[in-house]
Design a binder for this molecule. Structure first.
Ligand code: SIN
Length: 511
């Protein structure tokens, strides 16, 4: 057993984790624990980019309004205000870390994505996440007071008197006890709990589960964003086809040759993601195949998407000549560990940042390319909050014994992924959700592995997602509980933003 005593321990190595580490390293010793390589995170795979109102035609106010409309006004207005106000300085930070965003005529190239009223997404070809993360990782490795534990899983947060004093972790060789003054949960998403997802295998909601077990409130788990355009390239694998392609003029078309999106929403192919995903779902249910048609795009536009072009080519699809089959996939969880504007959770000295957290930025449906931005702004808020109290905080010694991690059984995993995809998907209904909840209860009793943390996580988290979906009776943003409106067109209810005033009261967490 090895004991580490960092001032700040960061679990996860996406953009939120790395920015939090770099910010905290300015005044403390930091340890990053990541269950894979530092280079494996959801952030790495972000294609489209990062939204910021930097055009002279744009403003934080317009970005704010677009974020609220996409989120169906379920957002926390204060959070949206803060994030849109600090977007420009977040971009300046990235440029200072060496990030090269694409430029046209020496000016930053901005593209449009769904539900944005103006082009405001900065990008690095179609590998924006990779470019950002490579620059951040380089800086992390140059920073002396940041240590890294790779391929290491955290099994339990150590809580005493409602305060987080550390965690237990292990890898194949070693068990670790971490005694930290502050803990930042930045483990990212949960998409891999579902059968069809754009997320990598690591996105299994670990941080959500650890925080839940420790006593944090989770919120808004019914809001799961389905990205409209995943490309199935092997039995269980989907490759994300960036919305930025539609921003450049690519269009969805069905097997009858109809560009159907204009009949679903006035913003057609650039309607909010939830609406496009439901429209595709509706087309697929009518036995249509749905394709992305990029054939009218100029060659120099297609050049902005080398990775997507390459993936298509590997599957014998030439984007300038052929249609690319697409289907919605789970992409992003809007809900998460409830936090305040400093990223503080219900537990003292435990912070949560990025996709694992819910600070109310995204509401019921995330505006495209807002999440990398959120990671930066909230990592800086968390670090500023820690800095204020670090001198008054000391380490606490822990004596308890840790539990070891077990890997989930493959059959159980696949069963649960399928169960969630089928019953807690794009269109839900109460009866299927209830059946799925019962099935999970049964599986928990049957599973011979149900005493180990990973298996419990795989059984419990899906239950929490299903339970959240069961509790919200009205359609709102990405949560669609199957009730058709009077016209019998279930996607149309979502267009009437101003009639969907279903605010959540964000309970106050003590600063
Ligand atoms: C995309 O490029 O379509 C994904 C961007 C995002 O999810 O924000």
């Amino acid at each position: 057993m090895i004991t580490h005593k960092p001032d700040v321990c960061i679990i996860g190595s996406g953009i939120a984790g790395l920015i939090a580490a770099l910010e905290c390293a300015k005044f403390s010793n930091v340890l990053i624990i990541t269950k894979n390589k530092l280079t494996e995170s959801n952030s790495m795979y972000a294609q489209g980019g990062i939204a910021a109102p930097i055009s002279i035609k744009d403003s934080p106010q317009t970005h704010y309004e677009d974020t609220l409309k996409a989120g169906c006004f379920h957002n926390n207005n204060e959070t949206v205000k803060i994030v849109t106000k600090h977007a420009k300085s977040a971009i300046d930070d990235l440029i200072n870390y060496g990030v090269q965003f694409d430029k046209t005529n020496n000016k930053l190239d901005l593209v449009k994505e769904g539900a944005h009223s103006i082009a405001r997404v900065l990008h690095s070809k179609d590998v924006t996440g990779l470019e950002i993360m490579n620059c951040l990782i380089k800086k992390i490795k140059e920073t002396n007071n940041i240590s890294i534990l790779e391929n290491t899983s955290v099994n339990e947060l150590i809580i005493e008197n409602n305060s987080c004093i550390g965690c237990y972790a292990n890898n194949l060789e070693t068990n670790y006890t971490i005694e930290s003054k502050f803990m930042c949960m930045t483990t990212g998403g949960s998409g891999y709990l579902f059968e069809k997802t754009s997320n990598p295998k690591i996105a299994t909601g670990d941080g959500l589960y650890l925080a839940y077990v420790a006593g944090c409130r989770l919120i808004d788990l019914e809001f799961i964003q389905f990205h409209p355009t995943g490309f199935k390239y092997s039995e269980f694998n989907y490759f994300l086809i960036s919305e930025a392609l539609r921003g450049e003029g690519a269009k969805l078309i069905n097997s009858n040759g109809s560009y159907f999106m204009k009949s679903y929403h006035k913003q057609a192919d650039l309607a909010p993601r939830d609406i496009v995903a439901r429209a595709i779902y509706d087309q697929l249910n009518q036995n249509n195949t749905v394709y992305l048609d990029c054939r009218s795009l100029e060659r120099n536009v297609i050049k902005k998407f080398p990775t997507i072009t390459q993936k298509a080519k590997e599957n014998n699809i030439n984007l300038l000549e052929d249609l690319l089959p697409v289907t919605p996939v789970v992409h992003y969880i809007m809900g998460g560990i409830l936090t305040n504007l400093n990223a503080q959770t219900d537990i003292t000295n435990l912070y949560a940042i990025g996709e694992v957290a819910c600070n109310g930025l995204h509401g019921a449906n995330r505006l495209a390319s807002n999440s990398l931005l959120e990671g930066i702004v909230f990592a800086k808020n968390a670090a500023a909050s820690i800095k204020k109290v670090i001198k008054k905080t000391s380490h606490t010694k822990t004596k308890r014994k840790q539990i070891n991690t077990e890997t989930v059984n493959k059959k159980l995993r696949q069963k649960i992924q399928n169960l969630l995809w089928k019953n807690c998907g794009i269109i839900r209904n109460t009866s299927d959700l209830q059946k799925a909840a019962n099935e999970l209860r049964k599986l928990s009793k049957l599973s011979p592995f149900n005493k180990t943390p990973k298996n419990t996580q795989w059984l419990k988290l899906p239950y929490l997602f299903i339970n959240a979906a069961l509790h919200r009776k009205e359609n709102c943003g990405s949560h669609f509980i199957g009730n058709q409106n009077k016209k019998g067109k279930y996607w149309i209810t979502q267009c009437k933003f101003n009639q969907l005033q279903t605010y959540t009261q964000f309970p106050k967490i003590k600063a």
